[in-house]
Design a protein around this ligand. Structure first.
Ligand SMILES: C[S@@+](CC[C@H](N)C(=O)[O-])C[C@H]1O[C@@H](n2cnc3c(N)ncnc32)[C@H](O)[C@@H]1O
Length: 188
Protein backbone atom coordinates (compact mmCIF):
# COMPACT_ATOMS: atom_id res chain seq x y z
CA UNK A 1 0.00 0.00 0.00
CA UNK A 2 2.83 2.36 0.88
CA UNK A 3 4.28 1.97 -2.62
CA UNK A 4 0.98 3.16 -4.14
CA UNK A 5 1.07 6.34 -2.01
CA UNK A 6 4.71 6.90 -2.90
CA UNK A 7 4.05 6.55 -6.62
CA UNK A 8 0.92 8.72 -6.39
CA UNK A 9 2.87 11.40 -4.53
CA UNK A 10 5.71 11.27 -7.09
CA UNK A 11 3.22 11.63 -9.97
CA UNK A 12 1.55 14.65 -8.33
CA UNK A 13 4.92 16.33 -7.67
CA UNK A 14 6.08 15.60 -11.25
CA UNK A 15 2.86 17.00 -12.72
CA UNK A 16 3.03 20.14 -10.56
CA UNK A 17 6.66 20.65 -11.57
CA UNK A 18 5.87 20.17 -15.25
CA UNK A 19 2.90 22.60 -14.97
CA UNK A 20 5.06 25.27 -13.30
CA UNK A 21 7.82 24.83 -15.88
CA UNK A 22 5.33 24.90 -18.77
CA UNK A 23 3.62 28.08 -17.49
CA UNK A 24 6.97 29.84 -17.14
CA UNK A 25 8.21 28.62 -20.54
CA UNK A 26 5.09 29.84 -22.38
CA UNK A 27 4.94 33.13 -20.46
CA UNK A 28 8.45 33.91 -21.75
CA UNK A 29 7.71 32.66 -25.25
CA UNK A 30 4.40 34.55 -25.48
CA UNK A 31 5.74 37.68 -23.71
CA UNK A 32 2.74 37.67 -21.36
CA UNK A 33 1.67 35.61 -18.36
CA UNK A 34 -1.67 33.78 -18.26
CA UNK A 35 -3.10 36.12 -15.59
CA UNK A 36 -6.87 36.32 -15.85
CA UNK A 37 -8.76 39.60 -16.13
CA UNK A 38 -9.78 40.82 -12.69
CA UNK A 39 -13.55 40.57 -12.00
CA UNK A 40 -14.39 44.27 -12.35
CA UNK A 41 -12.51 44.52 -15.67
CA UNK A 42 -14.18 41.33 -16.88
CA UNK A 43 -17.56 42.86 -16.05
CA UNK A 44 -16.67 46.12 -17.83
CA UNK A 45 -15.43 44.28 -20.95
CA UNK A 46 -18.45 41.97 -21.11
CA UNK A 47 -20.92 44.85 -20.59
CA UNK A 48 -19.19 46.80 -23.37
CA UNK A 49 -19.22 43.75 -25.63
CA UNK A 50 -22.97 43.24 -25.10
CA UNK A 51 -23.71 46.92 -25.78
CA UNK A 52 -21.59 46.96 -28.97
CA UNK A 53 -23.10 43.73 -30.32
CA UNK A 54 -26.59 45.08 -29.70
CA UNK A 55 -25.79 48.48 -31.24
CA UNK A 56 -24.31 46.77 -34.33
CA UNK A 57 -27.41 44.57 -34.64
CA UNK A 58 -25.32 41.38 -34.76
CA UNK A 59 -27.64 38.40 -34.38
CA UNK A 60 -25.14 35.50 -34.22
CA UNK A 61 -21.68 37.02 -34.04
CA UNK A 62 -18.39 35.15 -33.87
CA UNK A 63 -16.15 36.30 -31.04
CA UNK A 64 -12.41 35.61 -30.94
CA UNK A 65 -10.63 35.93 -27.64
CA UNK A 66 -6.97 36.45 -28.46
CA UNK A 67 -4.95 34.74 -25.74
CA UNK A 68 -7.77 33.18 -23.72
CA UNK A 69 -5.69 32.08 -20.71
CA UNK A 70 -7.86 30.17 -18.23
CA UNK A 71 -11.00 31.01 -20.22
CA UNK A 72 -12.31 33.64 -17.84
CA UNK A 73 -13.43 36.20 -20.42
CA UNK A 74 -14.51 33.74 -23.11
CA UNK A 75 -16.74 31.80 -20.71
CA UNK A 76 -18.31 35.01 -19.40
CA UNK A 77 -18.99 36.10 -23.00
CA UNK A 78 -20.49 32.70 -23.87
CA UNK A 79 -22.75 32.87 -20.82
CA UNK A 80 -23.93 36.42 -21.43
CA UNK A 81 -24.52 35.99 -25.18
CA UNK A 82 -25.81 32.47 -25.91
CA UNK A 83 -26.39 33.41 -29.56
CA UNK A 84 -22.68 34.13 -29.97
CA UNK A 85 -19.99 31.61 -31.03
CA UNK A 86 -16.91 32.14 -28.89
CA UNK A 87 -13.45 30.90 -29.86
CA UNK A 88 -10.53 31.27 -27.47
CA UNK A 89 -7.00 31.07 -28.90
CA UNK A 90 -4.34 29.92 -26.46
CA UNK A 91 -0.84 28.49 -26.87
CA UNK A 92 -0.01 27.66 -23.25
CA UNK A 93 -1.10 24.06 -22.47
CA UNK A 94 -1.86 24.45 -18.74
CA UNK A 95 -4.35 27.34 -19.00
CA UNK A 96 -5.72 25.76 -22.17
CA UNK A 97 -6.43 22.50 -20.29
CA UNK A 98 -8.24 24.35 -17.49
CA UNK A 99 -10.25 26.52 -19.91
CA UNK A 100 -11.41 23.39 -21.75
CA UNK A 101 -12.28 21.71 -18.46
CA UNK A 102 -14.24 24.77 -17.37
CA UNK A 103 -16.07 24.85 -20.73
CA UNK A 104 -16.97 21.17 -20.35
CA UNK A 105 -18.18 21.63 -16.76
CA UNK A 106 -20.14 24.78 -17.65
CA UNK A 107 -22.11 22.94 -20.30
CA UNK A 108 -22.00 25.97 -22.62
CA UNK A 109 -22.22 24.77 -26.20
CA UNK A 110 -21.20 28.07 -27.80
CA UNK A 111 -17.58 28.21 -26.66
CA UNK A 112 -14.44 26.37 -27.68
CA UNK A 113 -10.76 26.79 -26.94
CA UNK A 114 -8.23 26.05 -29.64
CA UNK A 115 -4.55 25.30 -29.23
CA UNK A 116 -3.42 27.74 -31.87
CA UNK A 117 -1.18 30.77 -32.22
CA UNK A 118 -3.55 33.74 -32.56
CA UNK A 119 -1.24 35.22 -35.22
CA UNK A 120 -2.09 32.26 -37.46
CA UNK A 121 -5.86 32.63 -37.06
CA UNK A 122 -7.98 34.06 -39.89
CA UNK A 123 -9.30 37.28 -38.37
CA UNK A 124 -11.63 37.91 -41.31
CA UNK A 125 -13.93 35.25 -39.82
CA UNK A 126 -14.50 37.16 -36.56
CA UNK A 127 -17.01 39.88 -35.70
CA UNK A 128 -15.83 40.72 -32.19
CA UNK A 129 -12.32 40.50 -30.70
CA UNK A 130 -11.35 40.65 -27.04
CA UNK A 131 -7.80 41.19 -25.83
CA UNK A 132 -6.01 41.34 -22.52
CA UNK A 133 -2.39 41.21 -23.64
CA UNK A 134 0.67 43.48 -23.39
CA UNK A 135 1.80 46.45 -25.51
CA UNK A 136 4.41 44.55 -27.59
CA UNK A 137 1.73 42.02 -28.52
CA UNK A 138 -0.82 44.75 -29.30
CA UNK A 139 1.76 46.41 -31.57
CA UNK A 140 2.36 43.07 -33.33
CA UNK A 141 -1.40 42.53 -33.73
CA UNK A 142 -2.03 45.94 -35.31
CA UNK A 143 -0.86 45.07 -38.85
CA UNK A 144 -2.93 41.89 -38.71
CA UNK A 145 -5.97 43.88 -37.56
CA UNK A 146 -5.33 46.39 -40.39
CA UNK A 147 -5.03 43.65 -43.00
CA UNK A 148 -7.65 41.13 -41.97
CA UNK A 149 -10.48 42.62 -39.91
CA UNK A 150 -13.69 43.11 -41.84
CA UNK A 151 -15.28 46.56 -41.87
CA UNK A 152 -17.36 47.08 -38.73
CA UNK A 153 -15.45 44.47 -36.72
CA UNK A 154 -15.42 45.32 -33.02
CA UNK A 155 -12.21 45.18 -30.98
CA UNK A 156 -12.42 45.55 -27.20
CA UNK A 157 -9.16 45.78 -25.29
CA UNK A 158 -8.67 45.35 -21.58
CA UNK A 159 -6.01 47.84 -20.39
CA UNK A 160 -3.65 47.71 -23.41
CA UNK A 161 -4.72 49.67 -26.51
CA UNK A 162 -4.11 49.17 -30.22
CA UNK A 163 -1.25 51.59 -30.97
CA UNK A 164 -2.10 54.11 -33.68
CA UNK A 165 -5.83 53.40 -33.67
CA UNK A 166 -8.39 55.88 -32.35
CA UNK A 167 -10.94 54.25 -30.05
CA UNK A 168 -14.65 54.94 -30.54
CA UNK A 169 -14.91 54.68 -26.77
CA UNK A 170 -12.42 54.83 -23.93
CA UNK A 171 -13.77 53.90 -20.50
CA UNK A 172 -11.98 54.45 -17.22
CA UNK A 173 -12.61 51.77 -14.65
CA UNK A 174 -11.81 52.95 -11.15
CA UNK A 175 -11.28 50.40 -8.43
CA UNK A 176 -10.14 50.94 -4.83
CA UNK A 177 -6.56 50.28 -5.97
CA UNK A 178 -6.28 50.64 -9.74
CA UNK A 179 -7.44 52.93 -12.53
CA UNK A 180 -7.64 50.90 -15.73
CA UNK A 181 -9.10 51.41 -19.20
CA UNK A 182 -11.30 49.57 -21.65
CA UNK A 183 -10.69 50.63 -25.26
CA UNK A 184 -13.29 49.93 -27.95
CA UNK A 185 -12.57 50.13 -31.68
CA UNK A 186 -14.63 49.64 -34.82
CA UNK A 187 -12.75 48.73 -37.99
CA UNK A 188 -13.43 51.36 -40.66
C1 LIG B 1 -3.00 38.05 -19.75
S1 LIG B 1 -3.52 36.47 -20.37
C2 LIG B 1 -5.20 36.86 -20.79
C3 LIG B 1 -6.19 35.86 -20.27
C4 LIG B 1 -7.63 36.13 -20.64
N1 LIG B 1 -7.75 36.75 -21.93
C5 LIG B 1 -8.34 36.96 -19.61
O1 LIG B 1 -8.55 38.16 -19.88
O2 LIG B 1 -8.67 36.45 -18.54
C6 LIG B 1 -2.77 36.42 -21.99
C7 LIG B 1 -2.77 35.05 -22.62
O3 LIG B 1 -2.43 35.19 -24.00
C8 LIG B 1 -1.75 34.01 -24.38
N2 LIG B 1 -1.03 34.27 -25.63
C9 LIG B 1 0.00 35.11 -25.82
N3 LIG B 1 0.43 35.08 -27.10
C10 LIG B 1 -0.38 34.19 -27.73
C11 LIG B 1 -0.44 33.74 -29.08
N4 LIG B 1 0.42 34.18 -30.01
N5 LIG B 1 -1.41 32.86 -29.41
C12 LIG B 1 -2.29 32.42 -28.47
N6 LIG B 1 -2.26 32.79 -27.17
C13 LIG B 1 -1.32 33.68 -26.80
C14 LIG B 1 -0.85 33.73 -23.21
O4 LIG B 1 -0.39 32.38 -23.19
C15 LIG B 1 -1.74 34.10 -22.02
O5 LIG B 1 -2.39 32.97 -21.51
Amino acid sequence: MEIVWTIGYAVVVALAGWAAFSMEYYARKARVTASPSVPWMRKAVINRMKAEVEAAGLKAPVLFELGSGFGTLALAAAKECPQMSVVGYEISPVPLFFSRLRAFLSGYKNVKFVSEDMFKADFSKGDVFLTYLTMPLMADLKPKFDAELKPGAIVICNTFHVPGWTPVREETIQNFVYTLKVFTYRKA
